[in-house]
Ligand binder design. Structure first.
Ligand code: CO
Length: 429
């Protein structure tokens, strides 16, 4: 049984005293370390984690270390100023326990700890009517705390942890399965065959950056999947399959532009697997300003070279009819305009609306580009179609010369690289 006692202790050294007592009892094989410099938790069969309570939480180094503990046998010991059987102590212990990942807590030990003379002097100056006021009740509790940890606390903690280690040794934990990673590219999907080229562009960029990791593409749109006779899987179906194949870690690349209806659907579909897989989802490019700026310059790289300065490029975004993505697209419009004053953006649903963008002074020649990953139905029909409702028809009837660029953003190498770059190259190794 390889045992580790790891602790975070401040000036008072209360927790350190308990840690030393436990380590001494556990014998020569036991490693004693401070949280900031402790060896990896994976190297030990049993870990005793000790901390003082600061504003209701363990100290930052200890929080970081506890988050690294996964599928371990552990015990917790805690020192604090409050009574060990108080509600406050139970809450603090529960918070600490919540930081651990699938660990078995074999024992817990709580005792009071003395304040430093400086802190004690500060406490005594608190007015009696403040929440931390120096009242007779408080004075009594602090007087008791000043005696701890005492010899009895130290021997009790040591006995308790020795017993827990003996018990854990009798039933060693199942070893954690080896890490096996996969990437899932989650896109809306399109039933337009040429649109799929954009998705392939993203897949290729991911495969190029992560040659040792399988990349699987899933469509979030049930309507599109049905149109394709379910020949493309949903995200849930892919995650279930990866789980069955023994994958343990999955990075889902959200091939969606905004935090809207589809992204929320994706998050909830993924959340069903959070307990069985280490799974996370990337943020869409329109979700914050620095990401949006990088994304927009990648998009600009896809504007045809033939387009001359001063000629309008009108981008068609999707948007959400309920308006929840409005501020993201309004931000995208302003970032595009900051890059080139003749870049305009309007959305199929929500804002900014087409009527606004058109009323905004377009050049006689207008380039029409989808601000969507794939040049699907909206691009083919609503943007560039010959039908009466299309943007092209509308602008043509108002005397503009339209040049549709029917290329999904995924076909722009810089945009594909942007999405692939959301997973650092060494992250999945
Ligand atoms: Co739509």
């Amino acid at each position: 049984m390889k045992t580790l006692v790891v602790y975070a202790s401040r000036e008072s050294k209360n927790t350190e005293k308990v840690a030393r007592a436990i380590a001494q009892k556990l014998g020569d094989n036991c490693v004693l370390a401070e949280a900031a410099s402790a060896p990896p938790p994976e190297n030990f069969d049993f870990i005793a984690l000790g901390f003082g309570v600061y504003r209701g939480w363990p100290d930052g180094d200890m929080i970081a270390y506890m988050k690294r503990c996964r599928r371990r046998n552990v015990g917790l010991f805690m020192t604090l100023g409050a009574w060990p059987d108080s509600n406050h102590a139970a809450v603090c212990l529960g918070r600490a326990e919540g930081l651990l990942d699938h660990c078995q807590v074999k024992t817990t030990f709580v005792c009071q700890g003395a304040y430093t003379p400086e802190f004690l002097a500060k406490l005594k100056q608190m007015p009696p009517d403040s929440p931390h006021g120096w009242t007779p009740e408080r004075a009594g509790r602090v007087a008791e705390a000043m005696k701890h940890p005492d010899a009895n606390d130290l021997s009790m903690a040591a006995e308790q942890f020795a017993a827990a280690v003996t018990k854990a040794a009798a039933a060693p934990p199942r070893p954690a399965p080896p890490v096996k990673s996969a990437i899932v590219l989650a896109v809306f999907g399109s039933a337009v065959p040429t649109a799929a080229a954009a998705y392939r562009g993203l897949e290729q960029a991911l495969r190029r950056d992560h040659p040792d990791t399988p990349v699987v593409c899933a469509y979030t749109s049930g309507m599109v999947r049905r149109k394709l006779n379910e020949s493309m899987p949903s995200v849930g179906k892919v995650l279930k399959q990866l789980l069955l194949e023994g994958f343990t870690r999955v990075r889902v690349v959200a091939g969606l532009l905004s935090v809207g209806e589809e992204y929320h659907k994706l998050l909830s579909e993924v959340s069903a697997f959070e307990r069985s897989l280490a799974v996370s989802v990337t943020k869409p490019p329109l979700s914050d300003l620095p990401t949006l700026r990088r994304f927009v310059s990648a998009v600009a790289a896809g504007v045809p070279r033939e387009r001359k300065p001063g000629e309008t490029v009108l981008f068609m975004g999707h948007g959400n009819h309920d308006g929840r993505a409005d501020f993201q697209y309004l931000a995208a419009a302003s970032v595009l305009a900051a890059l080139d004053k003749d870049f305009k953006l309007a959305c199929v649903e929500g804002n900014p609306a087409f009527a606004e963008a058109v009323g905004d002074g377009l050049s006689p020649k207008v380039w029409l580009m989808p601000l969507m990953l794939a040049a699907g139905d909206h691009a083919v029909n609503d943007l560039a179609g010959d039908g009466p409702g299309s943007w092209r028809s509308d602008l043509t009837s108002h005397g503009h010369e339209c040049v549709p660029v029917l290329r999904g953003l995924g076909e722009i190498p810089q945009v594909a690289a942007f999405f692939a770059g959301q997973i650092p190259k060494d992250e999945l190794m």
